[in-house]
Design a protein around this ligand. Structure first.
Ligand code: NI
Length: 257
């Protein structure tokens, strides 16, 4: 693909409310930003499939978020397989994982659905974009045990530098978003400054978590620039260096040619 500048590996641009979606995509396209849109529910996989077909430089993941685990069935896997077969712009499985922050009551079901989707990603030979909130240790243990051949990415990484290093040892990639720009985000800044660039990816997770100077406002794919700028500052290196290293990583993982 020509002129890729930045690859935003996690953006719910289809969920923007205050910003015009067409405009947000255009803003990103104009600056050479490629956007990858995750699915979050058994219904959303169909919406993302349709949505990403409409735009250049917009790709997607199919997957079911932990919160929607109760709705996950074998039919969901068949649906996802059909979508993958017919839409070459689906570049991974996501966002899937564990979230013990919102609801601890169905932990076991979350784990079961996460494992099924890891095995599915392995069968499809696709990378996995993972949501993990207050569930770091379980996430890593499950990946170690069940993930055979898919590249795993921890999106919006919120663990410590020490945990990031533990993950990298297992070949897991670390994706960072707007949180690194927050003044009090000591852990995220420490991770951004110290992990090997070979394992770093960029994202926005818009419409949430807008980086400074837009903190508190609606986020959008373009703002991945501010994430890259902050990481460059923290590592005492050039912005260009951060965007080229993270794009190389993403091109390799998602096979974007
Ligand atoms: Ni997300």
């Amino acid at each position: 693909m020509e002129n890729i500048k930045i690859i935003n590996t996690h953006s719910h641009v289809n969920m923007l409310k205050e910003t015009d979606i067409e405009k947000a995509i255009e803003n990103a396209q104009n600056e050479g930003i490629v956007t990858i849109v995750p699915s979050s529910s058994t219904k959303d996989i169909f919406d993302v499939d349709k949505f990403i077909r409409k735009y250049n430089r917009v790709y997607g993941y199919v997957g079911v978020f932990p919160e929607d685990a109760p709705a996950f069935t074998d039919k969901t896997l068949t649906d996802m397989e059909e979508i993958i077969k017919h839409n070459k712009k689906i570049v991974g499985i996501g966002e899937v994982g564990l979230d013990y922050y919102w609801d601890k009551s169905f932990k076991e079901l979350q784990k079961e659905v996460f494992i099924k989707q890891i095995e599915f990603a392995n069968d499809m030979n696709l990378p996995i974009n993972i949501h993990s909130r207050e569930a770091h240790q379980d996430t890593l243990e499950i990946l170690k045990k069940y993930n055979k051949n898919s590249t795993a990415i921890l999106h919006c990484f919120s663990g410590s530098l020490e945990f990031a290093k533990e993950c990298i040892k297992e070949g897991i990639y670390i994706s960072l978003g707007g949180v690194v720009t927050f003044k009090n985000a000591i852990k995220a800044k420490e991770t951004a400054a110290n992990i090997p660039l070979e394992y770093l990816l960029l994202e926005t997770d818009d419409p949430y978590l807008a980086p400074v100077p837009f903190r508190g406002k609606e986020n959008q794919p373009l703002y991945v620039k501010y994430v890259a700028q902050e990481i460059a500052k923290l590592r005492n290196t050039d912005y260009e260096n951060i965007i080229s290293a993270t794009s190389d990583n993403a091109i390799k993982i998602f096979n974007l040619t």
